[in-house]
Ligand binder design. Sequence first.
Ligand SMILES: O=C(O)c1ccccc1N[C@@H]1O[C@H](COP(=O)(O)O)[C@@H](O)[C@H]1O
Length: 203
Amino acid sequence: MYVKICGLTEPEHVAAAVEAGADAVGFVMTRSPRQITPERAAELVSLVPGHVLTVGVFRGEDPGAVRAAALTSGVRALQLHGRHPHSDFTALKDLGAVLLRAVDAEADLRCGAFDEDLLLVDAPHAGSGLPWDWAAIRGRPSGRWLLAGGLTPANVTEAVAAAGPWGVDVSSGVESAPGVKDPALIKAFLETVRGAHPGSGSA
Ligand SMILES: O=C(O)c1ccccc1N[C@@H]1O[C@H](COP(=O)(O)O)[C@@H](O)[C@H]1O
């Protein structure tokens, strides 16, 4: 199962995610308790080995702003939250980055229609960090998609069994306080997922 650890702001937390076996690490470059500048993201990206995908996370920015942040930070994937027309993704294609469309589970489950590289299905009220009815989306997204929203080391096994995703994405569920990652929780999350689903995928 593919695992992304998101919202990293400190080198030691990047190291914790990489050592624990994350497939992807995310850097939030939009308004958030986890927001970092593209320049800070570049410093953290430089610490990530090539086999781990680096993802820039954005919400509502126009493609020009996303492009500028992508070029400065050097992330290899772009995760766009918000109601972006397909043309926003097309406008970024030439960067050669993996493109992730993030949708919330209530607003848009026409998941078969997406043609970005990856789909990320977040909670109906994205950003709450609360568990939600994962079973409601079982069988609806197709292809490679990540489940997110309120996942923790304690509930990820149940969430995966309920929703049947290709991968999982966690941020607040591996924090000791909003925006403060906890290396022990990062390790526990990876161990739990890998224990139940050995092996990972490739984006
Ligand atoms: O983490 C944030 O603050 C954030 C801000 C803006 C857009 C997305 C954000 N995070 C992403 O939200 C999902 C779910 O996170 P959580 O585990 O419920 O906290 C995940 O994809 C984060 O990358």
